[in-house]
Design a protein around this ligand. Structure first.
Ligand SMILES: NC(=O)c1ccc[n+]([C@@H]2O[C@H](COP(=O)([O-])OP(=O)(O)OC[C@H]3O[C@@H](n4cnc5c(N)ncnc54)[C@H](OP(=O)(O)O)[C@@H]3O)[C@@H](O)[C@H]2O)c1
Length: 295
């Protein structure tokens, strides 16, 4: 089975490539310089010429604030890109696993979002990702859309790494405490996707459609930051003495974020039997992996 991974140099793309190779799959991992998913002809050519039997789209425009200005690029990458891949998959009758986001929700729900809840994104990034989902659904039956949230890992830029950088030099830091969500370790997301890929390879009956995947537990950015510093002290000198909880209105950003985007993952757990580790356990593993990679 030959698998195309697009956006292969991103946080999710790198983990998927690593885990895909480790699981013995024949992986064609391409990033923007090798395959721009907004280039429809190139997408069709790569899938056909390489005899691809499954695509995983980890490519995206992910700068949530900058998207408010880069509207055209955000829609080109997050809406037209997935549509191109889905159309190419439909043409050769192969499945697509596409990654989406919790930012398709407006955050007004009390409790965890389920897959059928109404989507109502607040900003350009979320709107473009929602459109991408709709395009995939419209053109390809054999699709799995996985919405994930607050993604972090050892590769690329993310909240955990930003906190660690600040923690090395600052004495105190203010972190938003009135936004709730679920952190997702990219390695856990990749594991969950590999479970699904195995089932597709084994020609098991697949319930195509939309799923949520994140680590277990709903937290605020403040709680996340406190835990990052607590655990990171085991590996390095963290200067931070005080993490100050602040409200969103004290920390305005270009794009509005959902107040609550915690997601219920019972559908993917029940359907595919994937593991959903606790957010704090996965954070510990990520920090450990990162510390060992540095030595
Ligand atoms: N990061 C989060 O907190 C978060 C939360 C929820 C959902 N998600 C979703 O999870 C998925 C993976 O996110 P991530 O954090 O791994 O993103 P990421 O680290 O920003 O990686 C995205 C990758 O896509 C590449 N890319 C951008 N435009 C492209 C194009 N036109 N053609 C091909 N590749 C292109 C980027 O290349 P360059 O770096 O060279 O631009 C980058 O390597 C995305 O679908 C994202 O929407 C992310």
């Amino acid at each position: 089975m030959k698998i195309l991974i697009t956006g292969a140099n991103g946080q999710a793309g790198k983990e998927l490539t690593r885990k895909g190779h480790a699981s013995g799959f024949n992986i064609l991992a391409l990033d923007l310089d090798a395959l721009d998913i907004t280039d429809k002809k190139a997408v069709f050519r790569v899938i056909k010429d390489n005899n691809i039997s499954l695509c995983i789209n980890a490519a995206a425009y992910t700068n949530v604030d900058q998207a408010e200005d880069d509207i055209e690029i955000a829609f080109a990458v997050n809406r037209d890109g997935p549509e191109n891949i889905a159309q190419a998959c439909a043409k050769v009758d192969i499945p697509l696993i596409h990654i989406s986001t919790d930012y398709v929700f407006d955050g007004n729900k009390k409790g965890c979002y389920i897959e059928t809840d109404q989507t109502s994104p607040l900003g350009i990034y979320g709107k473009s990702k929602k459109e991408g989902e709709l395009c995939v659904k419209a053109v390809l039956k054999k699709h799995i859309i996985i919405r994930t949230s607050w993604l972090y890992g050892v590769y690329g830029k993310n909240f955990v790494k930003t906190m660690l950088d600040l923690g090395r030099t600052r004495d105190e830091i203010s972190v938003v405490c009135d936004q709730t969500g679920s952190a997702s370790f990219a390695a856990d997301l990749a594991d969950a996707i590999i479970v699904i890929v195995n089932k597709i390879q084994n020609k098991e009956q697949i319930d195509w459609g939309t799923y949520h995947y994140c680590n277990k537990g709903a937290i605020s950015w403040y709680e996340f930051a406190v835990k990052i510093f607590e655990y990171a002290k085991k590996y390095e000198s963290i200067k931070i003495n005080r993490v100050i909880p602040v409200n969103t209105k004290e920390y305005p950003t270009r794009a509005k974020r959902p107040e609550n985007s915690a997601m219920d993952c019972s559908k993917i757990v029940k359907t595919f039997g994937v593991k959903q580790p606790l957010w704090s356990d996965s954070l510990k593993i990520m920090l450990d992996r990162q510390a060992h990679a540095k030595r």
